[in-house]
Design a protein around this ligand. Structure first.
Ligand code: HEM
Length: 480
C-alpha cells in the first residue's frame, strides 16, 4: 500500500528527475532558445540561483532554459546532464541549497493511485467527464494512455509534451497552456476514476464493450432522504481529481487534461476546492470546514495500513480483478446555509457536531483525539453527545464498524442575488465498497441535526482503478 506517503515524498535535490524524457536538445533553434530564455529569465544563471533565494514561487521553471542549465553546470552542479533540462527550476533551487516550498513530488507510477492516502493537499480541482458521442473503445483507450503520460509529467512538475509551454514551433499552439510555467510541482496528484455510465449508459447501451466488466457495486447511489440533487452536478463517465498545494497547479492539470481529451471527452461538471477539510496523515494538523469546526480528526489515516487495507482498497475477490488495489470514490456537493448557521448559538453548534468548536474534543470530555464516550450523560441524564449529533451518527460504532477515508474540500462559488454565499463542502470519500458510504449517509440523512444547515445538491460514484505500472496506463487491466 501507499501508507506512509510522507516517507515517499521526494523533496530532495531532483524531485522531478523523470524529466529526463523531455530535454531541450542542442538541436533546438537558437530563436526558440532565446524566446524561452527571455520568457523565463532574461538574465540567465545568476538570477536562476538568485531567484531561488527570493522565495519559492518565481524560482522554478527558470531553470529549464538551456542557458540556465549550462550556467548551473558552470556553477559546479556536477552530473546534472542535459537530460533534466526540462524539469522545472525546483532543481535549481535545491542546487542552491535551499529546499523549495512546493517542491514535493509524489510518485505517479505505483501500486495504488496517488491522491487517496497521500496527505491531503490544500487545493482541489475536480472534474467529471463524458465521452463524446460516437467515441469508440479505441478512443477511450488512447485517452487513458494520453492522460497517463500527461499525468506522470504534470505530477513530476514537467510541462505537457516534448516542447512544453514555450519551447515549440513559433507558428503552432504551445503543447502546454503555460499558466504553471515557473511553478514547482506543489505536491500535485492526479487520480482518475470510472463512472457507472462508462460501462453501460442509463439507456442500457454498452458503448465500449465493457458492460460485463462493471463491478456490481458500481451503480448510481440511492436517493437519500433530503437529497436535492441537480443533474448538472452529478454523474459522469470519467473523473479526475487533481489536488495540489497551489491552486494554479491543480487548475493547470485539469485544463490541460481536458484539452488533451478534446474530441474524445468533455467536462460534464467540475468543482474547485480552496481548503482541505480532512487530514489523511497523522503528520497533518486538522483543518476546519466552513462551519468553523475541525474536520478530519477521526479519519482513516495513511499510517494505519491495516485499516486502509480493510476499509479503502478493493481486495482480491471483492469484484472484477481489474479493480483490485483500487477504491471507490464518492463525491457529494453539499451546500451549507452558512448565513443561518452564523446566527446559531455556540451551544447549538457544538451540540450539532458533538464536539467542541475550539479544540474539536468530544463533548464527553478530553482533547481532540480522545475517543467519544457516547454513554456518558450530564446532570439532566441526557447524553453529553446528543443522539442526533453528527459524530455519534457517523461513528463506526453506530455503523457496523464501517469507516471512510474522507478527503473533502471547502468551496465558495460566488453568491446569490441576496448576497448569500454559494458555500459548502465538496465531500469526497474513498472506500472499499460503496455500501460503506451508503450506510453512514443513510444514518446521517435520516437523523443528523446538521441537516438543518446543509443540502446535498451533487452526487457521483466512480471506481478508481489501481495505479499504473511504468510503461502501461491507468485502467489497462480493464481492457486486457
Ligand atoms: C457539510 C457536510 C459535513 C460537515 C460540515 C461535516 C463535518 C464533520 C465534523 C466537524 C466532524 C468531526 C471531526 C472529525 O472527526 O473529522 C465529522 C466527522 C465525521 N463525518 Fe462529517 N461532515 C459532513 C458530511 C459528512 C458526510 C456526507 C459523511 C458520510 C456520509 C460524513 C462522515 C463523517 C464521519 C465518518 C466522521 C467521523 C465520525 C467519528 O468516527 O467520530 N460527514 N464531520
Amino acid at each position: 500500500m501507499q501508507g506512509g506517503d510522507s516517507r515517499e515524498r521526494k523533496s530532495g535535490p531532483f524531485p522531478g528527475a523523470e524529466g529526463a524524457e523531455t530535454p531541450l536538445s542542442r538541436e533546438d533553434g537558437e530563436e526558440r532558445k532565446d524566446r524561452a530564455d527571455a520568457g523565463a529569465n532574461a538574465s540567465g544563471t545568476a538570477s536562476v540561483v538568485g531567484a531561488a533565494a527570493e522565495g519559492p514561487r518565481g524560482t522554478s521553471r527558470r531553470g529549464i532554459s538551456r542557458r540556465g542549465l549550462f550556467g548551473l553546470a558552470g556553477a559546479g552542479v556536477a552530473g546534472l546532464g542535459i537530460g533534466i533540462a526540462a524539469d522545472r527550476g525546483v532543481q535549481a533551487v535545491a542546487a542552491a541549497g535551499a529546499p523549495a516550498a512546493g517542491s514535493t513530488v509524489y510518485p505517479f507510477y505505483q501500486e495504488h493511485q496517488a491522491g487517496i492516502v497521500t496527505p491531503a493537499q490544500d487545493r482541489l480541482h475536480f472534474a467529471a467527464f463524458d465521452l463524446a458521442p460516437g467515441a469508440t473503445r479505441a478512443d477511450l483507450i488512447s485517452l487513458l494512455q494520453d492522460w497517463t503520460a500527461a499525468a506522470a509529467a504534470l505530477t513530476a512538475g514537467r510541462d505537457i509534451g516534448s516542447y512544453g509551454a514555450v519551447g515549440g514551433p513559433y507558428d503552432a499552439p504551445p503543447e502546454d497552456t503555460g499558466e504553471a510555467f515557473g511553478l514547482p510541482p506543489a505536491g500535485l496528484t492526479i487520480t482518475v476514476g470510472f463512472g457507472p455510465t462508462l460501462f453501460e449508459t442509463s439507456a442500457g447501451l454498452d458503448r465500449f464493450g465493457l458492460a460485463s466488466a462493471r463491478p456490481d457495486a458500481l451503480v448510481d447511489l440511492p436517493h437519500f432522504p433530503g437529497d436535492q440533487l441537480e443533474a448538472a452536478r452529478g454523474g459522469g463517465d470519467l473523473c479526475i481529481q487533481a489536488c495540489a498545494d497551489d491552486p494554479q497547479v491543480a487548475v493547470h492539470a485539469i485544463r490541460n487534461l481536458s484539452r488533451i481529451a478534446f474530441g474524445r471527452a468533455a467536462i460534464r461538471w467540475s468543482q474547485l476546492g480552496f481548503g482541505r477539510t480532512s487530514s489523511t496523515s497523522t503528520s497533518q494538523a486538522t483543518p476546519r470546514n466552513l462551519f468553523g469546526f475541525k474536520d478530519g480528526t477521526a479519519n482513516v489515516k495513511a499510517e494505519q495500513p491495516a485499516v486502509v487495507d480493510e476499509h479503502v482498497w478493493v481486495g482480491a475477490g471483492d469484484g472484477p480483478a481489474w479493480l483490485t488495489g483500487g477504491s471507490y470514490l464518492v463525491a457529494r456537493r453539499i451546500r451549507m446555509t452558512i448565513e443561518t448557521w452564523d446566527r446559531t448559538a455556540l451551544r447549538e453548534q457544538e451540540t450539532v457536531f458533538g464536539r467542541t468548536k475550539g479544540e474539536g474534543a468530544p463533548l464527553s470530555g478530553g482533547t481532540e483525539f480522545t475517543e467519544p464516550d457516547f454513554a456518558s450523560t450530564g446532570n439532566t441524564g441526557a447524553p453529553l453527545i446528543a443522539a442526533t449529533s453528527h459524530v455519534r451518527l457517523a461513528h463506526p460504532a453506530q455503523n457496523n464498524g464501517v469507516q471512510l477515508l474522507r478527503r473533502g474540500y471547502n468551496f465558495v462559488d460566488g453568491n446569490d442575488d441576496l448576497g448569500r454565499l454559494e458555500a459548502g463542502l465538496f465531500f469526497i470519500s474513498y472506500q472499499r465498497r460503496p455500501s460503506q458510504f451508503t450506510t453512514v449517509q443513510l444514518a446521517l440523512a435520516r437523523h443528523d441535526a446538521m441537516n438543518e444547515y446543509v443540502r446535498h445538491v451533487g452526487s457521483a460514484l466512480f471506481a478508481v482503478p489501481p495505479g499504473a505500472a511504468r510503461g502501461s496506463y491507468l485502467g489497462a487491466a480493464l481492457f486486457a
